[in-house]
Design a protein around this ligand. Sequence first.
Ligand SMILES: [Zn+2]
Ligand SMILES: [Zn+2]
Length: 281
Amino acid sequence: MEASPFHGVVACLATMHGKQWALRPLLRRRLGMSVRVAPVDTDALGTFTGEVRRIGSARETVVRKARLGMAATGSVVGLASEGAFGPHPAASWTPADVEYVALVDDRSGLTLVESALSVETNHGQVVTEGRDRGAVLAFLRRAGFPHHAVVVRPATGPGQPVKGLRRLADVLVAVRRAALDSADGTAVLGADLRAHVNPTRMRVIAAAADRLARRLATPCPACAAPGFGLVGTEPGLPCRDCGTPTAHDALLVAGCGRCAYRSRRPVGGAADPGACPVCNP
Ligand SMILES: [Zn+2]
Ligand SMILES: [Zn+2]
């Protein structure tokens, strides 16, 4: 670990939502790096409940967030995390959570973003009338309440969301109030996706942080900069029956964040003839 260029470094982590619990132990163990919380208003870059719309992709936002913490604390090394919830990229009927974790190091000019995708998410919401206790209870069971908090807002109108609800009595009161505040008499009850009240999401953040830490612990074989790792794939996996290259991934490409060095390693195996342009035109 002494060889790690991050050994003894104190990085600032921009978070209001307890993300140090997911990042700190991993980064200390794998890199010898310490984490100091930069309590900046990360909600200014977007909220899950929609009061502030996020500008740009999660990958861009996570770097901006790390920079915000660095500016606030004067740190030369910054960390941040950002999540994106939506349909799975390869299976649109399944909800997924993609978590991004970034490290920005102004000492070396390195910016590295790693991500983790999980279908383990309680992301979701339900529209309910003020007195429909059955619908509320059914949603709470699905959302993993009370280990996971929920959010309530009026279905229409300017009413603000009530976040971080973890007691049934509070949820029922909030739903009744929100329904009264809404022109159509209904409330939206949803999962609270903020990390500190959503342990399922916190686990995905930890998985992304683990990837980042492993990668930072891997030096580039050409220039020795930290952060060598998977940067992409290349298609061309041969058909099992006739050997024609298909659109399936054939190579894993590892790259450096600083120099142009790339290494390629075969995925192995063969593609199903169903994906072959010759066997299944
Ligand atoms: Zn390199
Ligand atoms: Zn074929």
